[in-house]
Design a binder for this molecule. Structure first.
Ligand SMILES: Cc1cc2nc3c(=O)[nH]c(=O)nc-3n(C[C@H](O)[C@H](O)[C@H](O)COP(=O)(O)OP(=O)(O)OC[C@H]3O[C@@H](n4cnc5c(N)ncnc54)[C@H](O)[C@@H]3O)c2cc1C
Length: 403
């Protein structure tokens, strides 16, 4: 493990920092814009100067940089109060690598540059009421009709469907094959007739994800990625990139913010930081965060050497998300009655813990639940026996269901 930049990495870091600092949108640039407009402005500015999606080849909107250069750019951007460009993460982090692997040259040239510049936003239509952790159990079907396929069914938990231009989707094209072999993968226009999007209200009050209903929606066979029946292999490209892009979970509340709070708040007329129970908790989170940081450095070292990081991302999410949830819960307890108030005009630090408390459960589910992450580590890292799979090899129509 080597924590220092190599000479080339240091040069790249100062070049990236200089560009970011010189081009960060000013308050006047952003005045009166919505969060979406701010994100689009910043992303387009980066893309125009060759600082968006820098690992992608130049002809698709990137600059052919390596993985460690992407990490360095992210680190430098994180130091600045830049507009949040999270709305592009599914498109750039999951749809784009899938398109790069499976789309035709013409499709790559049409779609990738607009993904990089944020001019077009994509969503991921995978999960269904019957297909979440067990994604290959999905039921939304596509039937061939001339040069098109006709889609009927329902997706759920589709983040950003309400503002997306395109979506990647896995569909059941042959129910008589075993479940993994009867799937095909497409991309489609989210404004296609027959698509109905219904936002789901979350406990935070936000509606980040949606139910999406398909009634006789037509998609051209030319928008199929991979062969008919090869949808699972194509989906694996997306899922591997999803794990990498979600990475070490955590949320905004961490050891430092909890420490600041413990210094500000009193327990029995004494600063909370003097309480031995509070100190023990803080020490515990410090240890966990240090472990996550150094595990992250292992990935960076692997990237720097041109290697592919191992299971670090599963560990990061499995440890980081519950840690943040515990920490936010503890901080809200420390704040006593004030802990239950989410006040948009109130104390910024208080909202930070409450916001984290309400969003982290989602992070423990999205992109693979805690239990699925533990299964991955058990099977692929520790070599333990596989989970029981009762539906292996039998036609999907013969898999018993409750309805
Ligand atoms: C914030 C958020 C954003 C999301 N965005 C998207 C999106 O944009 N697109 C999309 O397609 N999906 C999205 N999802 C859906 C997400 O991928 C699924 O919720 C997730 O895969 C779990 O599936 P499920 O909800 O059907 O739960 P289930 O799979 O029904 O799981 C229920 C419970 O059973 C446990 N369980 C299931 N199988 C096993 C097993 N084999 N061993 C042990 N325990 C098991 C799970 O851990 C969980 O506790 C999002 C979810 C969240 C929370």
């Amino acid at each position: 493990m080597d924590f220092n930049d190599s000479a080339e990495e240091a040069t790249f870091r100062s070049e990236a920092a200089a560009w970011l600092n010189a081009n960060l949108p000013s308050e006047a640039d952003l005045d009166g814009l919505t969060d979406m407009q701010k994100a689009k402005l910043w992303q387009k500015r980066k893309a125009d100067a060759g600082w968006a999606c820098i690992r992608w080849p130049q002809e698709y909107g990137g600059r052919g940089a390596n993985a460690i250069e992407q990490v360095i750019l992210n680190q430098e951007e994180a130091k600045l109060a830049a507009p949040n460009v999270g709305v592009f993460s599914i498109g750039q982090g999951m749809a784009a690598p899938t398109m790069q692997t499976w789309a035709t040259e013409e499709q790559k040239k049409r779609y990738l540059p607009k993904l990089a510049s944020g001019e077009e936003i994509w969503c991921q239509l995978f999960s269904e009421p019957a297909g979440g952790s067990d994604l290959a159990a999905l039921r939304t079907k596509a039937e061939k009709d001339g040069d098109d396929w006709i889609i009927n069914g329902q997706k759920i938990w589709t983040s950003g469907a309400q503002y997306s231009d395109f979506g990647i989707i896995v569909l059941r094209t042959d129910p008589n094959m075993p479940k993994h072999q009867g799937l095909s993968y497409f991309f489609l226009d989210m404004k296609s007739p027959g698509i109905e999007i219904k936002p789901i209200k979350q406990m935070s009050g936000a509606s980040g994800f949606n139910e999406v209903y398909f009634t006789d929606v037509r998609v051209s066979d030319a928008q199929r990625l991979g062969e008919v029946g090869q949808g699972w292999q194509v989906a694996l490209t997306t899922l591997m990139n999803e794990r990498a892009s979600i990475g070490g979970g955590g949320g905004a509340a961490g050891f430092k913010t909890a420490m600041d709070l413990a210094n500000r708040i009193n327990i029995d007329d004494k600063p909370a930081i003097e309480d031995k129970h509070v100190r023990a908790q803080l020490a515990n989170w410090y240890v966990q965060e240090s472990g996550l940081k150094f595990t992250g450095y292992r990935s960076m070292t692997a990237l720097s050497k041109g290697e592919i990081p191992g299971p670090e991302n599963s560990i990061g999410k499995l440890v980081g998300a519950p840690k943040s949830q515990d920490l936010a819960s503890f901080a809200m307890d420390l704040m006593e009655q004030a802990g239950i108030v989410l006040d948009p005009d109130g104390d910024e630090m208080a909202n930070l813990f409450q916001g984290t408390y309400m969003s982290i459960p989602g992070l423990r589910i999205a992109g693979g639940t805690d239990e699925i992450m533990a299964n991955i580590i058990a099977e692929r890292v520790l070599g333990l026996p596989q989970d029981v799979r009762v539906d292996k090899g039998i036609p999907f129509t013969d898999v018993p269901t409750s309805n």
